[in-house]
Design a binder for this molecule. Structure first.
Ligand code: PEP
Ligand code: MG
Length: 597
């Protein structure tokens, strides 16, 4: 697509869904200036009362926002505001501020700012990403209360009369929530990763956003026309006519696509000729759990635990891990959640272990279960936390990167040790917890019958299985043309593993990205895959395909595909056979997505 010389394309992290085309509203904001005033002894009580009054107002404001969010986005989304209500009522924060007003004889704004800043600093320097995430809540409360005390309006984001894209440094959770139901149709921010509150809420709200674009508030002028393309993660500033026409067309297709697939959220996933399969969600954050339900997932097919272990100097204690896994169990109950033990190594570098040595080939090196088995104590702590959480819901444990049966034997014996230690201390857990493995190394696929004897289920990890089968690094663009998801060598291993699992009487899912590929879904259905696990927002898409594609036809696809030798043959054949069963919007949008990768 040719670009107008005035049009600028900037790349960030796409979140939410779809495309927005509208004029920009830019919010430039600086820190609030808080005066430091000394007060007289007799003014102390009045100042304390003024502070308490501001807390009450803040609480009322937050409860109002909470109830709006609960009504529009559901109780789970409203939980973000709950955290702020707790901060406003925090006795330590209140006590210390009041003491400071009295001891230093200063105004409430200044005392409160000192106290909350020290809480923010303490949280910010904590290694745990969960604490770091809370900093934003504290900052939001800080500016809310200071604005009340200073007599300023907290709501500094102006609400537009017409559809607009908000361009801002970052958003506090309550501000993000405020956008719901407003005329803001898109979002562009300077900070924010995929795991930030902002990203999670914009995904929940289905608001197209591109986050983390350096200096976007200066790159854009108020009133500039913007295209927010959350599919590719780009912002186009002042697009030309051709870009506008193309994106208007894509936007319309996206809306139709969404309308079609969202109809499935509360439907069963059953083919027209009556075969049931399970469609579950992949995730790595507790905050994403409500999304699984929102999009109609049957459970969590893969919860990646790595985030808990990264960016910190020490491994998380058993209790800290337990509280995370317990939340997942409770929120998903009675649906199941497969939690994978840490898959550190490869491209998931963890300071705790990864920095101990350098590896020339990390993907072929010290990764995942290999690390767990070398540090049985750390691994046992991890397993004990998971087992304890199993008492509170339907948790299953999964081991990543199993390449030989001995690894599974060793891992299972550590599970047994963990179980007996818990029994000794009368700590309850689910004695019948299911334990499965990822099939992501070719040797595991080849030895699938043997491994199935030791496992309750398999989940095929195609992201790795493809790279290891074709010897093409999954993250290296130079060899991306060899990393072929539909190469028959890969498909044969997938089919072999599924058959082996069924032969031994266990079920098998797939949590690699292939499970969410439009052309792969009918194929995998025909290969008798039992569960598809995909990112939450893709659950309705997979369900739509399953609900429209006859199993009998899928069986024929699977049989024929295995006779091909190249990926092109497979793709040509599937495109031809699949398109007539699926809405045109789905086929077209998927092509756009693939072309942009
Ligand atoms: C996979 O390898 O397919 C998989 C799901 O695991 P990850 O992407 O975390 O390696
Ligand atoms: Mg993997």
């Amino acid at each position: 697509m040719g670009e107008n010389k005035n049009s600028i394309t900037l790349k960030g992290i796409g979140t939410g869904s779809g495309i927005a085309i509208a004029k920009a509203i830019i919010i430039h904001r600086g820190e609030l200036t808080v005066p430091v005033l000394t007060i007289e002894q007799h003014e102390i009580e009045g100042e304390i009362q003024r502070f308490r009054g501001s807390l009450n107002i803040a609480k009322e404001q937050l409860l109002r926002i909470r109830s709006t969010i609960a009504k529009t986005m559901g109780e789970d989304a409203a939980g973000v505001i709950e955290a702020q209500v707790h901060i406003v009522s925090d006795p330590c924060l209140i006590d210390e501020t009041e003491k400071l007003i009295g001891v230093k004889e200063v105004n409430a704004e200044h005392a409160f700012e000192v106290v909350i800043n020290s809480a923010i600093d303490a949280l910010g320097s904590n290694e745990n990403p969960v604490f770091k995430e809370r900093v934003q809540d504290f900052k939001d409360v800080k500016s809310r209360i200071l604005s009340i005390l200073l007599g300023l309006k907290h709501q500094i984001i102006k609400m537009p009369e017409v559809d607009s894209v908000l361009v801002i440094d970052q958003l506090a959770p309550s501000e993000t929530a405020h956008l719901f139901g407003s005329k803001y149709v898109g979002l562009a921010t300077e900070t924010g990763g995929f795991t930030s509150h902002m990203a999670i809420m914009s995904r929940t709200m289905d608001l197209p956003g591109v986050l983390g674009i350096d200096d976007i508030t200066n790159a854009v002028n108020d009133g500039d026309m913007l295209i927010v393309d959350s599919l590719k993660g780009v912002i186009i500033i002042n697009p030309d006519e051709r870009q506008l026409t193309e994106y208007h067309r894509l936007g319309e297709i996206f809306e139709k696509h969404r309308e079609i697939i969202l109809r499935t959220s509360d439907q069963e996933s059953r083919t027209p000729d009556g075969r049931n399969v399970s469609i579950a969600a992949n995730m790595e954050l507790v905050e994403e759990v409500p999304l699984a339900r929102h999009f109609g997932a049957a459970g969590i097919g893969l919860f990646r635990t790595e985030l808990l272990f990264m960016d910190r100097d020490r491994f998380p204690e058993e209790d800290e891990q337990f509280s995370v896994y317990k939340k997942i169990a409770e929120q998903m109950k009675p649906k199941s959640a497969i939690i994978r033990t840490f898959d550190i190594g490869g491209d998931k570098f963890a300071k705790t272990i990864g920095s101990m040595h350098y590896e020339p080939n990390p993907f072929l090196g010290w990764r995942a279960i290999r690390i767990g088995l070398e540090f049985p104590d750390i691994f046992k702590t991890h397993l004990k936390a998971l087992l304890r959480a199993s008492y509170y819901g339907n948790i299953k444990i999964m081991f990543p990167m199993i390449s030989v049966p001995e690894e599974m034997q060793q891992a299972l014996s550590i599970v047994e040790e963990a179980k007996s230690e818990l029994r000794e201390h009368n700590i309850p857990f689910n004695e019948k917890i299911e334990i499965g493995i990822m099939i992501e190394v070719p040797s595991a696929a080849i030895l699938a019958r043997d491994l199935a004897e030791m496992s309750d289920f398999f989940s095929i990890g195609t992201n790795d299985l493809i790279q290891y089968t074709l010897a093409a690094d999954r993250g290296n663009p130079r060899v991306a043309h060899i990393y072929q998801s539909f190469q028959p060598a890969v498909l044969k291993l997938v089919k072999f593993a599924i058959d082996a699992a069924h032969f031994k009487g266990i079920w098998v899912g797939m949590c690699g990205e292939l499970a969410g590929e439009v052309l792969a879904v009918p194929l995998l259905l025909g290969m008798d895959l039992d569960e598809f696990s995909v990112v939450p927002s893709r659950v309705p898409l997979v369900k739509t395909i399953i609900n429209r594609f006859p199993y009998s036809k899928a069986r024929i696809l699977a049989e024929n595909v295995l006779s091909f030798t190249t990926q092109d043959e497979v793709l040509d054949y599937l495109t031809k056979e699949v398109s007539s069963y699926l809405p045109a919007e789905i086929m077209e949008l998927e092509t756009v997505k693939h072309n942009s990768q």
